[in-house]
Design a protein around this ligand. Structure first.
Ligand code: PEP
Length: 253
């Protein structure tokens, strides 16, 4: 069975101009060396505009898109396809981030189309799931997350599923500074692994990496990563500054 390598992924959202992204990429080279020496996978998800430059400047950092379209080409104004990404060496993408679900009408069903297209093209999706504050307060977190996982990952072949990364991001903790406690995060991530086991069997479920995301900071990252079912972090705000990104990495070495 494949062991789960720790993964630290920064989601830049709509931040950083090309010039700023290039400066970060240059500074990140030494962090990639440190990550590699410690068997940690390190990555960032810049805007489409900056993907190629970041990848060129630091070929050792995972460079992920923040979204993509499931069709190869066609009349989809404003969209970016898998062949376009692959041509510039991009093999990863975040899928179904809550901000895309909230502002761009993304659903678990549309995520499923994207994930199936990615897998058919040997790409790695980082599939985001998580409940709203209202859902959390109503005690239906697990039902929501279960549905997101079952729908988003439907029809993924068992032999391909271990490459997928899942990110549990309670919406009420994204960018708010209100963290889910380590215990809550672990409970939901363990539950996600149970759902993955129902879908893909125990061995594959044990190989799939599950990240926690939501106001992760250098001060709290270690605690999350000490939880049994949390294999890394998807970090927004605290990944933007190179010093903070460095501390996030150093604190999980
Ligand atoms: C995110 O964008 O995925 C995220 C978790 O953001 P933040 O770390 O800023 O809460």
């Amino acid at each position: 069975m494949k062991t789960r390598t720790k993964l630290l992924l920064g989601n830049w959202k709509m931040n950083k101009t090309l010039k700023e992204a290039k400066a970060f990429a240059k500074d990140s080279v030494e962090l990639s060396v440190l990550a590699k020496e410690n068997n940690i996978e390190l990555g960032v998800a810049p805007t489409f505009l900056c993907l190629e430059a970041v990848k060129k400047i630091n070929p050792d950092i995972i460079v992920a898109a923040q979204n993509l379209h499931y069709e190869e080409k066609g009349a989809f104004t404003g969209e970016i396809s898998i062949p376009m990404l692959k041509e510039i060496g991009i093999n990863w993408s975040i899928i179904g981030h809550s901000e895309r679900r909230q502002y761009n009408g993304e659903s678990s069903l549309s995520c499923n189309r994207k994930i199936l297209a990615m897998i058919a093209n040997d790409m790695i999706p980082v599939y985001c799931c998580g409940e709203t504050l209202e859902e959390y307060e109503s005690g239906i977190t697990k039902a929501i997350v279960r549905d997101q996982i079952r729908t988003g990952l439907a029809n993924v072949a068992k032999e391909k599923a271990s490459k997928i990364v899942v990110a549990y991001e309670p919406i009420w903790s994204i960018g708010t500074g209100v963290n889910a406690s380590k215990e809550i995060a672990q409970e939901v991530c363990a539950f996600i692994r149970e759902v993955l086991e129902e879908m893909f069997g125990a061995t594959v479920a044990k190989e799939i990496r599950i990240l926690y995301g939501g106001s992760v900071k250098p001060e709290n990252i270690k605690s999350y990563l000490s939880a049994k079912d949390i294999d890394g972090a998807l970090v927004g705000g605290a990944s933007l500054d190179i010093q903070s990104f460095k501390l996030l990495l150093q604190n999980i070495l």
